[in-house]
Design a protein around this ligand. Structure first.
Ligand code: ZN
Length: 137
């Protein structure tokens, strides 16, 4: 019953008509609406897609280095060696308890340690109390 209600409440992303019951992830009436939607999507400027690629690469590197640990320390030069680009982050956050600045790429963050020779990698706010204001850079 819930499945049917969900399907009937959803609308086609292109024409806005209510979707007939079908696959749970269905978002278009048919292939025609899907291709019209995709053909009319605004193209992002190249510099935006380039920056998005760098951010995604940075995020993956931090995620890989952290693995399933809560925090992970490594040398800055090793992070550089993996292709991490320190010029691209999505936010800087100040930790409330010690006032230290963490740099984030989406939910993956790092803190520069030991005169910027090592980093402490964290995810989201598991290690940091980030109740202060955030700003994007
Ligand atoms: Zn449609």
């Amino acid at each position: 019953m819930e499945e049917i209600l969900t399907a009937t409440a959803k609308k086609c992303r292109y024409c806005g008509e209510p979707l007939k019951p079908g696959r749970k992830d269905k978002t278009f009436c048919n292939d025609s609406c899907k291709s019209e939607f995709n053909n009319n999507k605004p193209k992002l400027p190249e510099f935006v897609t380039d920056i998005n690629s760098i951010l995604l690469k940075n995020w993956k590197i931090l995620k890989d280095c952290l693995g399933d640990k809560d925090k992970y320390k490594m040398r800055v030069r090793d992070l550089n060696g993996r292709g991490f680009n320190f010029k691209f982050t999505t936010a800087e956050r100040i930790n409330d308890s010690d006032g230290l600045c963490y740099y984030f790429v989406y939910d993956m963050g790092y803190l520069l340690l030991d005169e910027e020779t090592r980093v402490l990698i964290v995810q989201d706010d598991m290690m940091v109390r980030l109740t202060g204001p955030a700003y994007t850079i």
